[in-house]
Design a protein. Structure first.
Length: 385
């Protein structure tokens, strides 16, 4: 039986979401911008979904912009805010952000912006002293992720907001991996912009959302019609938005119960592997992390060989970000926390989700030690690196 442990890459659709989307496809096809009834009905359903997503993060529905993905939301937040204040030519982010932020930072550098990359410690926590040293009146935006997608470490975003507010600098956080796994409340965090994505919370792919705090200066990201309050033109992905709303509604009802259960499973997985596999290296903060994310390195081995061996037993995990899975380079996150490239290339990530059960963890605890033992016997690095 398949064991899927790559929920940070994407989650299966919740059956209730499938039902809602199937109903919508059967019953509704109108363009929400049309004034006649079949269009207005769809517009009302989009408003309902907007309210559901907003409620899940403690926002007002007028502060939610639907996008095509978490990546688009990140791009929109960064470029939209900086272009609204073109005199501010400095951008600050961290060294372990998702490629959606880091590649945008590289784009900004090509456009003449000064970009500061805040380093992290061995657990993946940002250096607040460094952040303090680079913040200035020239800073246009700070973007620090809430939880890291590879190692699960949670960042002190509330403190980042306090520091940035002294200079009147808005703060964006990529909360894609935190949403649904821990509390995400824009009022408590104090952020000006926040990114979430549907397919990380058992909703459909191809739809994300950007929270923009009322009063935050931001320019439109896509130009054309007046959809999404005039900030993101184009006919809405109605089916995806309705599914996202349903997923957010379910999330509100059960995220605390899911969190408690998955934390226990994650701790069982972590302690069991450390007990059964000598020389294993755990990556991430021991406590300040999303505990359903477990990242290990196996010095002397290659992660790809481990993944393929697990896949032959229908156990599916990853090496880190799905957006950079095809790259042969070592993870920038693991390098940033101080791992040697050869050790970083031996790391795999297991991420638990709503539909995982205890037997999934026990299967991994049975199969993975055997796989590692066999691979070590044929590895040229008999004693590790």
């Amino acid at each position: 039986m398949m064991v899927y442990l790559d929920n940070n890459a994407t989650t299966p659709l919740d059956p209730q979401v499938v039902e809602k989307m199937t109903w919508f496809i059967r019953e509704h096809f109108g363009n929400p911008s049309s004034l006649y009834p079949i269009g207005r009905q769809v517009k009302e359903l989009i408003t309902e979904a907007r309210e559901q997503v907003a409620s899940a993060i403690g926002a007002h529905r007028s502060e939610i912009i639907f996008t095509g993905s978490g990546t688009e939301s990140d791009n929109f937040a960064i470029i939209g805010v900086l272009e609204a204040r073109p005199e501010k030519r400095q951008f600050i982010t961290s060294a372990i952000e998702h490629p959606a932020v880091l590649e945008t930072a590289k784009y900004l550098e090509r456009k003449g912006y000064t970009v500061h990359y805040v380093p992290v410690d061995r657990y993946g926590v940002i250096d607040l002293n460094y952040l303090e040293s680079v913040l200035s009146d020239e800073t246009g935006l700070v973007s620090i992720m809430l939880a890291n997608n590879e190692i699960g470490t949670v960042q002190p975003v509330e403190e980042v907001v306090r520091m940035a507010s002294r200079y009147g600098v808005p703060v964006h956080t990529d909360a894609v991996q935190a949403f649904g796994k821990t509390e995400v409340n824009v009022k408590k965090l104090g952020v000006d912009l926040l990114t979430v994505s549907s397919h990380k919370i058992y909703g459909p792919k191809g739809v994300g959302a950007l929270y923009i705090k009322k009063g935050t200066p931001v320019l439109p990201f896509i130009h054309g019609g007046h959809q999404e309050f005039g900030l993101r033109a184009g006919t809405e992905n109605t089916i995806g938005i309705v599914g996202f709303g349903e997923a957010a509604k379910i999330l509100q009802e059960r995220w605390k119960k899911d969190k408690e259960r998955l934390e226990k499973l994650g701790e069982r997985l972590k302690s069991g592997l450390e007990e059964k596999i000598p020389g294993i290296v755990f990556n991430g903060h021991p406590e300040k992390r999303i505990k359903s994310t477990v990242n290990f390195a196996f010095p002397g081995l290659e992660a790809e060989a481990i993944l393929m061996a697990l896949a032959t037993r229908e156990i599916y995990v990853s090496t880190g970000s799905a957006c950079s899975e095809e790259s042969e380079e070592a993870s920038h996150v693991l390098l940033a926390i101080g791992l040697k490239p050869e050790v970083a290339r031996s790391a795999i990530r297991m991420s638990l989700g709503r539909f995982n059960r205890e037997e999934d963890v026990e299967t991994v605890l049975k199969e993975l030690p055997e796989i590692i033992e066999k691979l070590r016997k044929i590895s040229p690095f008999k004693n590790g690196i």
